[in-house]
Design a protein around this ligand. Structure first.
Ligand code: FBP
Ligand code: MN
Length: 643
């Protein structure tokens, strides 16, 4: 080991005792049970539902409460207590209103603080004291440690405990403490969060999800196709940008663009007002909680058409300059007979309906009007100068990757593109052929390059980000083509179908899943593939646990728009030291409902894997890092203190 490096390290560990203490500490951590991993996917802007699973740890909080209190508390009391842990501020208000004297309230504080301390002591039993300390509310660390450690060791326990708590109450700190303890509990039940893609699009509050993730104690993200669409827009891809605005218009979420990220839509609106009218195919989808006036609806309908047409035009030059994308069949504006208002696809001619081609020059359909070109230029400028968007996109890059190997599992939003025989599909990029893991690494390389060069808008890297959104061999998309155009303009449903990559039926096969795990250098005996992206239709009897448990698909439809097709409200996955459990969420009761009625009956657990022996930190990714640290510390000890 480089002596310079060791000298530097010696500044931190400036005595043998310090080195030895750290080694002992790390060795001890290695032998603790592994922390709980929590997997979610396809959040699609559904912040409220996401908050709820995060706060209840996919049922983990409730489970711990049951373990401790089921013999002493009623079901109702346990529910009330759980609600207090999830939403402490609101629940405190509600409970206080039910009391008639301060004395009663104070009595309640004492009982509750006692229960919370007990719960935290239990939930933190597999962590070191130092880790627990980090999870405690700053201003109360000392007091809570007193309560945690001293409270159970002597006969004076009761008295000592009561004294401290009474002090807290008389100093007016009880509610702050309770709130802090609730958040500590939430934090302790989940050690690490994986978001397996698709934070953005369809739902109303992706920005709030991003803020939550930014403040979360430990998280990684596997990008979904919708996330790379946003990354692409920020990285300079105009066609990605047109797509994100189109989707926001379609789902009546333009305020995300305008109000949340501060992007000026005025120029686009002016263009839309000039060329478009009402059009049933482009009316925004209705929100359950937001009513539009006729005027607003009409405006959005016009914007939706304006940006869709810009998108269709922008796709064409990319398709032409990138023959290896194999997308020539998507040059749809060239396949239209503008006089007859018909289109010929795969030799079959269809009547077009709801068409809105006022800005299209039939001779050169990919040409943007000068006004359109200006609009998209200005939008791009505005997007790339949004401070908030920059913060969110930078975080997405920092914590994100196309796939992740973590504790033996392979996490990936979409798929590994395969042919019908189960071979990895090949793609030629810049005269080199890639497949499987190498192809994915190449994709990620281009995405990072595009992101690092936002000023380039037409280079291969930037085009590649769009390919990740919609290309046939994109590991995030996994379909032959995206039939957006057909769904707007052609009645015949056969044209709307998006043919899925064979991966989606082959992944039922255990051998294939094992082969994929091997391709990623993972042990097929122990690993699992964890996917999001395609909603599992429980309603039709589809099982999220496939290939004899090797494949887990956790897109169950957080997205409200998709819940009627899945029949549930989302899956999440928990992986603790005892094994893996899939949690099916029946419904996300509104926060109000949970608060007032304690209705939180939301999860049905299914065992995926049970460990024969409790898994320890030493067997995890973190454990590997700790082992390296120990080895470095040992080198330091020899070099510095044993000569
Ligand atoms: O339901 P919408 O908004 O029309 O979106 C449909 C489009 O979304 C996609 O399913 C991609 O989104 P997902 O990643 O959420 O599946 C496309 O394949 C399809 O064309
Ligand atoms: Mn997806």
């Amino acid at each position: 080991m480089n002596p310079k490096y060791l000298d530097l390290l010696a500044q931190k560990y400036d005595s043998e005792e310090k080195v030895v203490t750290e080694i002992i500490n790390l060795e001890a951590i290695l032998n603790l049970p592994k922390g709980t991993e929590h997997f979610v996917s396809d959040l699609h802007g559904e912040y409220q539902a996401f908050q709820h699973v995060l706060r209840n740890g996919s049922g983990n909080v409730k489970e711990k409460i049951k373990d401790l209190f089921q013999d002493v508390l009623t079901e109702k009391e346990m529910n009330e207590f759980a609600t207090l842990i999830y939403y402490p501020e609101e629940k405190l208000q509600l409970v206080k209103n039910t009391f008639i004297s301060d004395q009663e309230v104070n009595q309640w504080y004492i009982v509750i603080i006692y229960r919370m301390i007990k719960l935290i002591s239990y939930a933190s039993s597999k962590y070191t004291r130092s880790k627990l300390r980090k999870a405690l509310p700053n201003q109360f660390v000392y007091i809570i440690e007193e309560l945690l450690y001293k409270a159970d060791d002597s006969n004076n326990k009761e008295q000592y405990y009561t004294k401290i708590v009474q002090q807290i109450i008389s100093l007016g700190q009880a509610e702050k403490l309770i709130t802090g303890l609730a958040y500590t509990t939430q934090r302790l039940v989940v050690d690490h969060l994986h978001v397996v893609g698709d934070i953005y699009d369809r739902g109303p509050e992706p920005d709030k999800i991003m803020e939550t993730l930014i403040n979360y104690h430990s998280v990684d993200i596997q990008w979904g196709n919708h996330d790379v669409l946003w990354l692409g827009a920020f990285a300079g891809s105009k066609v990605c940008l047109a797509n994100i605005i189109r989707i926001c218009a379609r789902y009546d979420n333009l305020d995300i663009i305008e109000d949340v990220y501060g992007i000026n839509l005025r120029p686009l609106l002016n263009l839309a007002e000039k060329y478009y009218n009402d059009n049933p195919a482009f009316r925004p989808k209705a929100h359950s909680d937001k009513k539009l006036t006729d005027h607003e609806r009409l405006q959005i309908t016009k914007i939706h058409q304006a940006i869709s047409m810009i998108q269709f035009k922008l796709e064409m030059p990319i398709i032409k300059r990138r023959p290896n994308f194999n997308m020539a069949e998507r040059l749809l504006l060239e396949k239209i007979d503008y006089d007859k208002n018909e289109i010929t696809i795969n030799g079959k001619t269809y009547q077009l309906e709801n068409s809105c081609f006022a800005t299209v020059n039939p001779e050169q359909p990919d040409q943007l009007l000068e006004e359109e070109a200006q609009v998209i230029e200005r939008l791009l400028f505005s997007v790339q100068h949004s401070e908030k968007l920059a913060r969110h996109m930078n975080f997405l890059m920092k914590k994100g990757s196309l796939y992740l190997r973590y504790n033996g599992n392979l996490l990936i939003h979409g798929c590994i593109p395969l042919d019908e025989e189960g071979n990895m599909e090949k793609m030629v990029i810049e005269n080199t052929t890639y497949a499987g893991r190498e192809l994915l690494d190449k994709f990620e390389h281009y995405l990072r390059h595009a992101f690092a060069h936002p000023e380039k808008t037409d280079d291969l890297a930037t085009d590649m980000v769009w390919y990740l959104w919609t290309g046939e061999y994109s590991s995030l998309f996994g379909k032959r083509a995206m039939t957006t155009f057909e769904r707007y303009f052609i009645k015949e449903k056969e044209t709307h179908k998006e043919k899925k990559n064979p991966y989606y039926h082959l992944r039922e096969n255990e051998d294939l899943c094992r082969r994929i795990l091997e391709e990623f250098d993972l042990n097929p005996e122990q690993g699992h593939i964890i996917n999001g992206h395609t909603p599992v239709k429980e309603i039709e009897g589809e099982n999220p646990i496939k290939a004899n448990g090797k494949m887990l698909v956790i897109d169950g439809g957080f997205s409200k728009a998709y819940q009627s097709t899945t029949g549930i409200a989302g899956y999440t996955l928990l992986y603790n030291s005892y094994g893996m459990q899939l949690v099916a969420h029946k419904q996300f009761n509104s926060k109000q409902d949970v608060l007032c009625n304690g209705t939180d009956v939301l999860s049905v657990k299914r065992l995926v894997d049970k460990e024969l022996e409790r898994k320890k930190v030493i067997e995890t990714n973190v454990g590997e890092e700790l082992l390296q640290e120990i080895s470095i510390l040992n080198s330091l000890r020899e070099y510095r203190y044993m000569k």
